[in-house]
Design a protein around this ligand. Structure first.
Ligand code: ME8
Length: 509
């Protein structure tokens, strides 16, 4: 298969968690969204019909409590905080196709319909709940899971006794285990899959899926004294946004990926497929759980006041550098530490010295010695061809993208950049200006062509800088898809005046 041919499945559905609107967004939220944005951009450039969904989770006790604390009605409160998340999506230039709010009629209708299916299929019964609940996690915990009187996440728990509907989760234990075995790709990374399987093998209790002690939620059809458990309500967003209860749109569900933090994997990999099985709905293709960021070695929290504000960071360092740092610094799936010094090192070495410098020295030299035109290729020697071949990376990158190995995408691209810098040092085009200008032109042509390919491939990662580089090579916006990798620069065409795209970051004294 030629490398520019897209995979056979043309639809691609990618979702972020829908974020709670109890607080302002921080870098952890931006991280998940930017990772999904990279995946969505890559698939679009690769010819897929992409639907990228994000949004806000607006019901539940945690949000109701936050509204009361802010002295606002829940609706007024969620409208305001949801807007902060939407504004962050705009500010971070997310390419999401939709933004769902669980307070929207389309979602409420879908959640109530799903509930009705669970009732009709005999998977929900009325009982009463007496047990521990952690509002911060919006989760029930059996006594056996508590550590020093707290949830395993450290969240405080309270004793809850109230009438409740239950979902027969216990009846799905074997079906889930069977499903995980038959679909080994469903939970990633592998270590997380093992964790989930061990949890399910340990036995599943029926799940309380309604609350009566507060009101802020989706009313249970036929019994509005109850509101739906916020997780049952929230998880439904992934299908309410693609048409449920009508037919799911465009085969999106068949090629769907939920990207979540490791904190909420259990809800996505155990409860969600069980609800879907119970409603006779298909299961999404994959759930990927990424790791947790700390700030200079310390867990970020509201009480410590150390949650990093993505807007401040982007205003200080720029959007592309923040994207690059977050997606490159740690293998996607592992925990990581956000430290200013590592960020600045990445900016100055990988972006400014390696990528930026390659582009800058090649383009400014072409501008000076080739009359600001794409140089003539002339006689391409094996060493030149080897360099051009070294950037035939699309199939490798596709594999990394399908494994959500975002850091490996970065490493692969940066090894091509390093190769090009070595080629310049070896062939020293500036030394040929008078002795062999024809050969100099070939070398510069090869480098410009390599930069074109690299910049097309870096678009999902550092979109703004890549676009600036492609502008400087006069590549028209219609020729920046992966299928355009096999085209070449047009020799002799005019190039604009070059400018730097990755400035070094100097800390203010
Ligand atoms: O859990 N490091 O919403 P939420 C990395 N509404 N990622 C982080 C992070 C950190 N320090 N902090 C947060 C909810 N995240 C539910 C989801 S989905 C149907 C409902 C990211 O606002 C990470 O993706 O608490 C995590 O899973 C998510 O934010 C939790 O967001």
């Amino acid at each position: 298969m030629p490398s520019s041919m897209p995979n056979e499945t043309k639809s691609y559905y990618i979702t972020t968690p829908i974020y709670y609107v109890n607080d302002v967004p921080h870098i952890g939220h931006a991280y998940t969204s930017l990772a999904c944005d990279m995946l969505a951009r890559f698939k679009r450039l690769d010819g897929f019909d992409v639907r990228f969904l994000t949004g806000t989770d607006e019901h539940g006790q945690k949000v109701e409590k936050a509204a009361i604390a802010a002295d606002k009605s829940p609706q007024e409160f969620v409208d305001q905080i949801s807007k902060n998340f939407r504004d962050l999506a705009t500010f971070t230039k997310l390419t999401n196709d939709d933004f769902i709010r669980t307070t929207e009629p389309r979602h409420i209708k879908a959640a109530q319909h799903l509930w009705q299916m669970l009732i009709d299929n005999g998977h929900i019964y009325l009982g009463s709940y007496a047990g521990w609940y952690a509002v911060r996690d919006e989760a029930f915990y059996p006594e056996s899971e508590l550590i020093d009187g707290k949830a395993p996440t450290g969240a405080p728990v309270e004793w809850v006794t109230e009438p409740s509907y239950f979902f027969r989760l216990s009846a799905f234990q074997e079906k889930l285990l069977q499903f995980y075995k038959e679909h080994p790709q469903f939970i990633a990374p592998e270590s997380r899959r093992n964790e989930v399987m061990r949890f399910v093998e340990g036995g599943l209790h029926d799940l309380s899926v309604s609350r009566t002690s507060f009101k802020w939620g989706v009313p249970v059809p036929g019994n509005p004294d109850h509101i739906m458990y916020v997780w049952l309500d929230a998880l439904t967003n992934y299908i309410s946004a693609i048409g449920y209860p009508d037919a799911l749109q465009n085969n999106y569900w068949e090629n769907s990926l939920h990207v979540v933090g490791k904190d909420i994997l259990r809800f996505h990999a155990v409860y969600w497929p069980a609800f879907l099985m119970a409603a006779n709905l298909p299961i999404p293709q994959k759930v990927f759980a990424h790791g947790w960021w700390t700030n200079e070695g310390v867990k970020m929290s509201k009480s410590l006041g150390n949650a990093l504000d993505p807007i401040d960071l982007i205003n200080t360092y720029g959007l592309d550098p923040i994207r690059y740092f977050l997606l490159r610094e740690i293998p996607f799936g592992n925990d990581g530490d956000f430290s200013k010094s590592s960020l600045i090192t990445r900016m100055n070495s990988d972006l400014a010295n390696n990528y930026g410098n390659l582009v800058q020295r090649v383009l400014s030299f072409i501008n000076k010695v080739c009359d600001a035109k794409v140089p003539k290729s002339g006689n391409i020697l094996p060493a030149d061809q080897a360099l051009l071949d070294s950037v035939d990376l699309l199939d490798t990158l596709r594999r990394h993208i399908d494994n959500c190995a975002l850091n490996k995408v970065c490493e692969t691209l940066w090894s091509a950049i390093a190769e090009a810098n070595r080629y310049i040092d070896e062939h020293k085009p500036w030394s040929l200006k008078t002795s062999d200008p024809i050969r100099m032109n070939t070398i510069l042509y090869v480098l410009a062509e390599l930069i074109r390919k690299v910049a097309i491939l870096t678009q999902p990662l550092v979109p703004e800088a890549s676009q600036k580089i492609l502008d400087q090579l006069a590549v028209s916006p219609e020729h920046r898809q992966f299928k355009d990798l096999d085209f070449a620069l047009i020799e002799g065409s005019d190039l604009p005046i070059p400018f730097g795209v990755f400035p070094r970051f100097e800390e203010a004294k």
